[in-house]
Design a protein around this ligand. Sequence first.
Ligand code: FES
Length: 146
Amino acid sequence: MELDVNGKLHQLDVDPAMPLLWALRDHVHLTGTKYGCGIGQCGACTVHLGGEAVRSCLIPVSAVGKQKVTTIEGLAPDKGHPVQQAWIAHAVPQCGYCQSGMVMAVVSFLRKNPTPTDEDINSQITNICRCGTYHRIREAIHAVAK
Ligand code: FES
């Protein structure tokens, strides 16, 4: 099957039931997208599918079709996306493991809600950070939203 990832077409010979997460990591060799829980709970695997944030551990690769997949590697050249820049400026990550999924979720969230309140962030960004960087995540989001 053919997968459009970050603007490039990839021919993959994989089980159609394989989660998109594993197709990206093991076959397209883009390892910025992380495995956390594998059951749609943590958000570490968040990518954009047709411009929307999705949990790639839940999507069989056969369901992607012609939709464009964007991973953290394809978000912007040289980590230049405003959300990535705010993440750096506010030193958001601690261990960093969840943060590529977090950034992908936040980019999609801010497109729909460019000036969110803390309540919006807390209720709509459901990705989990086990280091508890939520206060810096909120600060960085507000910095982008200004
Ligand atoms: Fe997909 Fe946790 S690995 S939501």
